[in-house]
Write a new protein. Structure first.
Length: 287
């Protein structure tokens, strides 16, 4: 016995609605298209296509996992960021549109340089560094992460987008792996989306807390800017005069982040809001 494709799509959407997912129809379309090896538009072009039991089995698994809160990107293995597809695994955070503001800050700061060198601290999937390298063909990135699994994903994404020769990935804490490098003290920018969630924060979505890597989410104590502060302090040594530090921050940390950067001596301190009007990137320049 077979089931029409459109019926499967409707049932998956209805199930996701009962689970309280934010975009039940979109999630259903992405997962069913992925499970069948189709494009999303094909779901409607082939809406009356009968699906055999052998085709339904993997779809049921995908729908069940998403119903448990597993991110769509972990189920499909890919997430678009800055108009580029990135391989994603549970070893890394799922790239989010808000982080594209960090890419924009880096591009704006380095667009006039012929061969800029920058750091991406806590690179995760590598999405920030790869997106910058993709737009700036003369740039070189030094990237760090404490997670070997994340670095493996990041290196794969650099290969995927043809920037691996300019993508130098190193394992270690924050900027520590770059100390002693010839570029230390000469970097044009330090970019980072560091952990900034305090454990117990009620605004963190439960599904994110359950499934995305804790090491990439949480600060070690009650200070949401703990890692951002350590990065900014080390960046004063790593940057050239006039070099940019740009840090993604939590939505309630704007004033504190500005005060922190100014207190460390950075010039031209500013906080950039995301499309929702929330503080998202704190930036400043080494004097």
């Amino acid at each position: 016995m077979s089931t029409p494709l459109l019926d499967v799509l409707k049932k998956a959407t209805a199930y996701f609605e009962t689970r309280g997912l934010e975009a039940p129809r979109v999630d259903a379309e992405i997962l069913i298209a992925h499970g069948l090896g189709l494009k999303r538009i094909d779901l409607y072009l082939q809406h009356d296509r009968p699906l055999a039991e052998a085709e339904l089995v993997p779809l049921r698994r995908l729908v069940a996992e998403r119903g448990k809160g597993v991110p769509v990107a972990y189920l499909t293995g890919v997430k678009e960021f800055y108009a580029l597809p990135f391989t994603v695994t549970p070893a890394v955070l799922v790239p989010r549109p808000e982080t594209e503001h960090l890419v924009e800050a880096g591009l704006e700061a380095m667009k006039a340089d012929a061969a800029p060198v920058f750091a991406d601290v806590g690179t995760g999937s590598g999405c920030v560094a790869v997106a910058v390298l993709h737009r700036l063909p003369g740039a070189r990135a030094l990237v760090t992460d404490v997670s070997p699994g994340a670095l493996a994903v990041a290196r794969g994404n650099a290969e995927r987008h043809g920037v691996a020769a300019r993508f130098d990935a190193r394992e270690g804490h924050l900027l520590d792996p770059l100390r002693g490098d010839p570029a230390w003290g000469c970097l044009d920018a330090v970019l980072s989306n560091p952990p900034y969630v305090v454990r117990g924060d009620p605004t963190l979505e439960r599904r994110v807390a359950m499934h995305e890597p804790a090491v990439a989410l949480y600060v070690p104590g009650p200070d949401a800017l703990a890692y951002a502060r350590d990065i900014a302090r080390a960046a004063l040594e790593a940057l050239r005069p006039g070099g940019l530090v740009a840090l993604e921050i939590g939505s309630t940390s704007g004033p504190a982040a500005s005060e922190m950067l100014a207190g460390l001596g950075y010039a031209d301190v500013a906080v950039v809001a995301d499309l929702g009007g929330l503080p998202r990137v704190a930036r400043g320049r080494r004097p």
